[in-house]
Design a protein. Sequence first.
Length: 314
Amino acid sequence: MAPRDQREMSSDEESAASGDLRRGPWTVEEDLLLVNYIAVHGEGRWNALARCAGLRRTGKSCRLRWLNYLRPDLRRGNITAQEQLLILELHSRWGNRWSKIAQHLPGRTDNEIKNYWRTRVQKHARQLNCDVNSQQFKDLMRYLWMPRLLERIGSGDGADVATTAYDAPLPQLPASWPVDDVELSCTTDASSSSVSTDGTYQQQLLQHQLVSPPPPPAPSAAFGESAPSGNNEGSYSYSNSSSNAAAMWDTLCQPPPQTDCHPTTVAETACSWSDESLLLPGLSGDMGMGLSELGDTMWGAGADDLWYTQIMGL
DNA sequence: AAAAAGCTCAACCGCACGTTA
DNA sequence: CTAACGTGCGGTTGAGCTTTT
C-alpha cells in the first residue's frame, strides 16, 4: 500500500464522511461568505478558510468556486477567435496542460478551456470519426481552422468576433472590485448561484450591498495575481485589442518547439490560404466522411463556423 | 406542444506533488 | 527524515438548458 493511502483522513474527508459538508451548487449566501472572507483575509489555506468563513464546504470546493467563478478578474462570455487560436496553438504544443494554457489567456480558467476543448474541439473530431490527437485532425486544425481564425483576426474581425451571436466582447472586468456606475439587472434567485453569466455576478453582489467592497488591490496574495507572471516558455502576449493580431501573427510565425510532420508554420499556411489552393495533406481517404460532407456536419450551420461553409462553397 | 436528444459548464473526484511541522 | 497537510491538476459527472424531432 502506498504511503499516501495510509495517511489519516484530512479534516475535509472526515467532515465529508460524517456528512456535515454541503455539496453541489453554491448558493448566493455561500458565495457572499466566501467573497467577504477573502476580501478581508485574502485567499489561501483553503481548509482553514472554509472553517473560519463559516462555510460547510471543503477547502477544495471553496478554492474551486473562487478560482472558477468568483474571482474578480474572470473574463466571461464565449471564447473569442483570438482565444480559440491561442488554445489551438498552445494545445498543439502542450497537450492537455489546461492550467498552463490558461496562464496565457488572462481571465480564463483551466476548467473553461478544458470544457471548450471537450465540447467543441473533441466534438468536431468525433464528427470526423477521427481521434482528436490524430495527425489528421491536427492537420485540419492547422490548415483550416487556425488560418481562418488568423484571417478573421487579421482583418480586424477577429479580436471582437464572437464565435456566436451572443458572444459579444465583454468589457474587461476592473482590476479591483468596487464598481461605481454599473447598471445591473439582477435577478435575486437566492436558491441558485446562476444569477447571470455575463460577468457581473460579483458586481451584482456588490450592488445589493450584501458584500463589503474589498480593499484596493494590495500587493498581497489576495487580489490581482491571475495575470500571467513570468513566462519562461514562450513569448505570448495578449490583449483584447484587435491591433494585437499582428503581434499574435509574429508569435505564431515562430515554429513550434516540437513540430509535427509538416514543417509549414501556421502563418505560412495562412498566407497561402485561398479557396483554390486548399490542399489538405492527409485529410482525404480514410476519414469517416469526405470534405464535402464535412460542410454539412462538422461545423454545422451555426454562425460559429460559418466560415467553413463559406470556404467550402456550400 | 411535448418528448427526446444534444449541449454546456459548474462542480466533484482521485491523484500527485510541494510544503510544513 | 518523515508523516501530515495543503494545493493544484486533469478527468469525469450530471443538472439544467437548448435544440431538434
